[in-house]
Design a binder for this molecule. Structure first.
Ligand code: NAD
Ligand code: UFG
Length: 330
């Protein structure tokens, strides 16, 4: 089976390509490399010892992407391509709506044109907004707090409407919690440009002494130790979730949380990182970051019962693998 993976050179996409190739799928990657590097494609080949077809293309360029559908028989699409920085989306909303929403429309149109009716979409736990934890797939999406989240809500809606109009369209919407970690080879992982916004890449930069101190955004939340609680999930578990979702695709739209169901506070994550890697992380408590919520973790009962998937890797593996990738990629 040939799977077109948009954004396949990125953090989650590259790990999913490895898992797909190891499961016997052929992979075609379409990525414009706006937030990734071409050598990731070679690393995917090294890890799997399999070939990958790569197109450097912007998914919004419909004519160019049309050629990919024309050149190959595509059996399904996993659509990762998009921008993902919450803070940046507040400053550049039009870039986010343009890139994330338009790319989703463009790729679905091509699926319709070429009769490709299996589709997996990267959504985010951010769509739950201020709902109460644990987040469940059937919760009403009351209030996303930023344009990035809104692009995911809109894209989900577009997929639902498309599947209502075309009864053969089978869609899995995957709402990711907080992906961290890296492939155990240390070859692929997350390498954000500039100063990281997310906690784990910030911790690894402090561990490397590229940054002096971790700023903990608030210790007055209503959580066990006052710091923010999140559901960290190893990126390889997430990748395996995509294969499970693809293999179990059914007609209509089906939404699944990809998380562990367990919340970890900022201080707990730092403590685990220090213990596993034997490195001290200097920290200071600063003000809350605007837009952050107390707690975010998944109810995972639906994904377990319907897809038979659950996350296997623990916080220690996440800390070990994140650090291995960082030290391998000086
Ligand atoms: P990433 O930035 O590492 O990967 C995204 C990839 O898409 C990059 O390789 C980038 O070059 C490519 N891309 C972006 N716009 C494109 C376009 N118009 N045409 C072609 N390629 C394009 O991000 P990631 O962490 O791997 O995230 C993948 C998906 O998962 C995104 O849709 C993101 O919103 C979603 N997601 C990520 C997280 C997270 O914390 N990492 C959480 C929830 C959801
Ligand atoms: N944090 C710090 N210091 C930092 C960075 C983060 O204390 O330097 C704290 C945050 O306040 C929060 C926790 O660490 O309590 C996690 O923050 P991240 O920025 O790593 O992750 P978020 O939960 O804010 O958001 C991430 C992605 C979103 C995605 C969401 C899904 O960035 O794109 O997970 O749950 F939508």
């Amino acid at each position: 089976m040939n799977i077109l993976v948009t954004g396949g050179a990125g953090f989650i996409g590259s790990h999913t390509c490895v898992t797909l190739l190891n499961a016997g799928y052929n992979v075609i990657i379409a990525d414009n490399l706006c937030n990734s590097k071409k050598d990731t494609i070679d690393k995917i080949k090294v890890i799997t010892n399999k070939d990958v077809i790569f197109y450097q293309v912007d998914i919004n360029q419909e004519k160019e992407v049309d050629e990919i559908f024309n050149n190959h028989i595509i059996d399904g699409v996993i659509h990762f391509a998009g921008f993902k920085a919450v803070g940046e989306s507040v400053k550049k909303p039009l870039d986010y709506y343009y890139n994330n929403v338009l790319s989703t429309i463009s790729i679905i149109k091509l699926c319709e044109k070429y009769g490709v009716d299996r589709f997996v979409f990267s959504s985010s736990a951010t769509v739950y907004g201020n709902n109460a934890v644990p987040f469940k797939e059937d919760m009403e999406l009351l209030s996303t707090t930023n344009p990035y989240g809104e692009t995911k809500v809109i894209s989900e809606r577009i997929l639902k409407d498309t599947s209502t109009a075309n009864q053969n369209f089978s869609v899995a919407i995957l709402r990711y919690f907080n992906p961290v970690g890296a492939h155990e080879s240390g070859l692929i992982g997350e390498s954000p440009n500039g100063v990281p916004n997310n906690l784990m890449p910030y911790i690894t930069q402090v561990a490397k002494r590229n940054l002096q101190v971790l700023k903990v955004f608030g210790n007055d939340y209503s959580t066990s130790d006052g710091t923010g609680v999140r559901d960290y999930i190893h990126v390889l578990d997430l990748a395996e979730g995509h294969v499970a979702a693809f293999e179990n695709l059914k007609k209509g739209v089906h939404i699944y949380n990809l998380g562990t169901g367990k919340g970890t506070s900022v201080l707990e994550l730092v403590e685990a990182f220090e213990r596993v890697n034997n490195i001290k992380i200097p920290l200071e408590i600063v003000d809350r970051r605007p837009g952050d919520i107390d707690s975010c973790y998944a109810d995972t009962s639906k994904v377990k019962s319907e897809l038979g998937w659950n996350a296997k890797r623990d916080i220690s593996s996440m800390c070990r693998d994140s650090w291995r990738f960082e030290t391998n990629n000086e």
